[in-house]
Design a protein around this ligand. Sequence first.
Ligand code: 56B
Length: 317
Amino acid sequence: MDIQEGAIELLSERLAADEFSLPEWRAPVFPDENSSGVSERDIIDFLFLGNTINFQFRDYDTGDKFTATYAGTEWSGAFAMWACLRREFDDNPAILRGDTLSDLSLSDVERLFEPADGDEIPMLEERHQILTQVGENLSNQYDGRFANLIDSAEPCLYADGNGIVDRLVTHLPSFDDSSAVTLADGSALEVAFWKRAQLAAGMAYGRFQNQECFRVEDPGAFTLFVDYNLPNVLRELGVLEYSDHLAELVDSRTMIEAGSREEVELRAATVHAGDELIEKLMDCRDSSVYAPHLDYKLFQMRDEIDGTIHITRTTAY
Ligand SMILES: Nc1nc2c(c(CN[C@H]3C=C[C@H](O)[C@@H]3O)cn2[C@@H]2O[C@H](COP(=O)(O)O)[C@@H](O)[C@H]2O)c(=O)[nH]1
C-alpha cells in the first residue's frame, strides 16, 4: 500500500474552496428533537445506540445492501439499520433504555431488523449479542442511558480516560475497535481505530453543531471513520495505491480477515491519508476542517465511484 503524496496535494487543492458542511443527520430515519415527546437526550441515546451496530450491511456474496422500509420509503445500507431503529423507537421509545436492550431475545432482534425484502441483515447474532451487552453495561453504570455516559464524561473525545471515546471503548467493549500488528523489527503495535465510537460522537457533533447539549472541545482529535467505503473512495481518487497482492484480494472480492496485516493496512492508510488531507486543507483555508467534515465529503462519494469495497467480516464497520 502506498499513499500518493501528489494525489493528496491535488485533492486538497481541488477541495480547498469547497463548502465543508457538518451533516446534521436529519433524514426521516433519525428522530427530531423539535418534535413533541422527543428530547435532545433521546437523540443522543438514539445515535449512540445505532452506532453500536453500525456495521456490515452488504451480502458477502452478492454485495446487495440490506433494505428496510420506514415512512413509506425503502432505505438501504446503514440507513436501513437506522430505519429499523426509528421504526422501533416510534412504537416503543424504551428501546433506547438499558433494561429493554438487555432483555432482547434473538427473535426480538430478528423482528427489529425486519427487511424490506427477504434478505436478513448480516451478522444478526452478533448484533443481538452487542445490544444485550450494551444494555447490561448501560444499566449497571449509567442508569440505562447513553445520555448519562455523555453527561459524566468531559466534553472531549479524549481526556485522560474521561473523554467520550475514552468511556465508550472502556465501558462498552463492542466499541473497542483496535488491532495488534507485528512490525518488521518483530515488535508488536496496537492500532486503535475506534471507528464506531468516533462515528457516534461525530454524528452527535453534527446534529447539535457543537452546541451546549453535545460539545466536543477537541474536534482535531477525530480521525476519518474508516469503514469499508472510504479506502475504496481514496483508491479511486488515486490517494491510496494498493499493492498487486492487495488489489488482487480486493478486486476478486476475496474475504480479508479482520485484524490481518492487509486489513489493518487498508484502514491505517485511510486514517493517515485523511490526517494529511486535513492538514493541507487547514493550511489553505481560513475556516477549520476536521475529520467529520472530510469524512462526510468522502463518504458521500461512495455511490458515485466504481471500484470494489474490500470484504471483511467484522463488527467494527
Ligand atoms: N465513514 C463513514 N462511514 C459511515 C458513515 C455512516 C453514517 N450512517 C449512515 C447515515 C447516513 C449515511 O448514509 C450513512 O449510511 C455509516 N457508515 C459506515 O458505512 C458502512 C455503511 O455503508 P453503506 O453500506 O453504503 O450504507 C458501515 O460500515 C457504516 O458503519 C459515515 O457518515 N461515515
